[in-house]
Design a protein. Sequence first.
Length: 220
Amino acid sequence: MNDSYILSHVDHTLLAVDATWSGIDKLCQEAIKYNTASVCVPPCYIKRIRAQYPKINICSVVGFPLGYDTLATKALAAQAANEDGVDEIDMVINITDVKNKEFSTISTEIKVLRQIVGSKILKVIIETCYLTEDEKIKLCGIITDAQADYIKTSTGMGTAGATMEDILLFKKHIGPDVKIKAAGGIRTREDMVAFLEAGCSRLGTSSAVKILTSGETGTY
């Protein structure tokens, strides 16, 4: 598996609370140079990126990183991102709904954002580090039924990130049209290769370019 193939599956990410335009601009230039799948950025930068880099694939986040915004808030955020020119949305589900076993509420939330996003890509972050195996399996079914494009492991801001155990669990329980994105804790080339070989279609990491061009390990 060559580096170009790996990078073509990477959402090149900068979601730090103190992300500056110079950092975002550098991210975009790297994404173009190395042909990453997208840049994954804070919503406040979508419009500026679209104006400066009209052909770049922009991913942004809704309900990030905690997920417990109201549905109305998430819907407005998704609509605003659409209007600013986003191509992909990574939404965080409400973990409190999972713990309260309010699964119909989660289903409704995903379906509403699915409708808002339309033909654009919708990824659903379930933040696996806070969930039981039964909860993860239940969410695989909900995400499949809601016709999201991806199930995503983590925000990278939780207590742990992607694990191979979770990827294999997803593969057993998602529908055939749902893809997998691993994110959080992907710090080496070996990590990236392993997740792609296991069936992931996307990797969320801020470190892929650095790892593959310098041999260093990453932090997100």
